[in-house]
Every structure is written in C-alpha cells, then in structure tokens.
Design a protein around this ligand. Structure first.
Ligand code: G1P
Length: 290
C-alpha cells in the first residue's frame, strides 16, 4: 500500500480575472484577512498530512517562492524592536512541517501541463493536487482532502472533491456524473466528467472543487493528452480518458464553505468570510455595512 506524501499546487496562472492586481503579483500571494492565499493552501496540505509540497510557479511575478524562505533582514529588525509575537509568526512561515519545493512552468499551457512540470519530482509515487483558487473554510482542514488522503492509503483508489453549484454555474467548472448517490462511506463513484458544460449539457450540478488525489497512472493519461483549442493541456481530458478505460475514480462531497478566489467577487466574499473569524472585526464590518 503506497502512502501519499506529495502534493502539487499549480500557482503559475496568468490571473487574468484579477488584473491589474495580478500584473506583477502572483494571484496566490493576494491576502485573505491579512495572510496570502497560498499560506492557507499550504496549511491545508500540512494539516491533511502531506510532507512534500511542490509549488508550480512562473518566473515573471513576485512569487510565493521567497514567502516561505527565511527573511534574515526582517527577523533581525523584529528582534531589535523586541516584537516577539511577530518574530515567532515569521519564523513559523519558514519552518513549516513540510518541505516546500519550487518548480517553474515556463509557458501558460494549462493545468495538465502544470502537473506534468512536476512529474520528475513525483517519480512513481501517488500524489495530490490542490487548486489554490478554491479556498475552503480552514475549520474543515481535517475533512475533505485529509479524508481523501486516508481513503487512498486504505484503498489505493483515486478521488476528487465535489461541491454543489447552481445549474447556471456549470460552465465555470468541471462537472461529473456519479453512479450511486447512496454509497456507504461517503465516496461516490464517478463515471463521467466534462469540462465547463453549459447548463443544458451538464450531467449534474456536482462540480470539481480543486482537490484531487491520484494514483501514479494518471501521469500516463496526462502525457497522452493533446492541447485543446486554446493550446492548454486539460486535466479533465486526462480524467475523461482514465474513466473511459474503466479505471475507478471516486468523489467526496465537500464539507464547509468554498470560495472561488480567482475572480474579484469571490475574492471579496472570501475576504469577508475569513475576516469574520475575528469577532471584533466582524462586529465592526457589519456595523459599517449597515
Ligand atoms: C479548473 C478545472 C475545473 C475545476 C476548476 C475548479 O478550471 O479545470 O475542472 O472545476 O478548476 O476551480 P479553471 O478554474 O482553472 O478554469
């Protein structure tokens, strides 16, 4: 039985829906309640038990790479002014319980290509993928991806996390068709997946929520995948062919709120939701909104 240690976080997208903020800043570095999005995502991976985190970034933007490194200058300055709380907080960021490895995706050729960029680090192991646009309430860090990891280590079966969207939103996501909605251990059996279908063609309202756990053989399918019309290699295409070969893929229904931080409205709402975890801030913001 193979254990899951590695997780790939593709964070090299152009961030077009968040321009101009993302012209020079990687979108995963934008703050949610004062902390960069990528920090929550890395925490989620660590809480789930992953020990090697592979960040796929692009070389043109101010990136998460240095965020997880030690900043001697800052630490010296904080020591001088005896700000112990902040100093501790800064040290924790560069002393995580997992190893962070950075790889560069040199061309914006899609999610499938981003995963393949990390292939030489995965070798013959299983791995997970987290899409950092989709932020899940951190109170649920021990559900969702953590449960998918546990299930994989018991069964060696690949799985993806599923959310429920409005019918009118199916064209924003990968949408799945499931076999039995009443499975015993909460994992549903998926038998089809289609990328961004219009509501009329969508087989359900269950969307792919950006958390995946894969046996190594998905890499073979990704390597066979041809670029789509926009020149991108799609993970959904590889999953479609994986299912066509009668391989098993399970789906876990997510627990907790999920926010799409890849667009301005979703990002604003996520900022409110995460800021509201601080009762005082919540009170003040609600007063202001009123
Ligand atoms: C990607 C995936 C899609 C998934 C979505 C979740 O799309 O291709 O299947 O539902 O992430 O955020 P993207 O948002 O990169 O266009």
């Amino acid at each position: 039985m193979k254990k899951l240690k590695k997780v790939i976080i593709p964070a090299a997208g152009l961030g077009t829906r968040m321009l101009p903020a993302t012209k020079v800043i990687q979108k995963e570095m934008l703050p949610l309640a004062g902390k960069p999005i990528i920090h929550y995502i890395v925490n989620e991976a660590i809480k789930a038990g992953f020990t090697e985190i592979i960040l796929v970034t692009n070389e043109n933007k101010i990136s998460s790479e240095s965020y997880f490194e030690t900043s001697f200058e800052l630490e010296t300055a904080l020591s001088k002014i005896s700000n112990k709380t902040l100093l501790k907080e800064m040290r924790e960021i560069s002393n995580l319980k997992a190893k962070i490895i950075n790889v560069k995706q040199n061309k914006p050729k899609g999610l499938g290509h981003a995963i393949l960029t990390a292939e030489s680090l995965i070798l013959d192991e299983p791995f997970a993928v987290i899409l950092p646009d989709m932020i899940i309430d951190s109170n649920y860090n021990l559900k969702n991806l953590a449960l998918m990891k546990k299930n994989f280590e018991k069964t060696q079966v690949s799985s993806i996390l599923l959310g429920k969207c409005k019918k009118s939103e199916t064209q924003n996501y990968g949408i799945v068709k499931v076999k039995n909605k009443n499975s015993k251990n909460n994992f549903l059996e998926i038998n089809d997946v289609i990328e961004k279908p219009n509501p009329k063609k969508a087989p359900s309202n269950l969307f792919v929520a950006g958390r995946y756990v894969f046996s190594n053989e998905i890499l073979r399918y990704l390597n066979k995948e041809k670029p789509d019309l926009s020149g991108e290699i799609q993970l959904t295409g590889a999953l479609y062919n994986f299912l066509k070969d009668s391989k098993t893929l399970k789906g876990l229904l997510l627990e907790g709120d999920i926010h799409d931080c890849g667009n301005k409205l979703g990002y604003l709402i996520a900022n409110l939701a995460f800021s509201f975890k601080d009762k005082k801030i919540k009170r003040e913001v609600l007063k202001f909104i009123k």
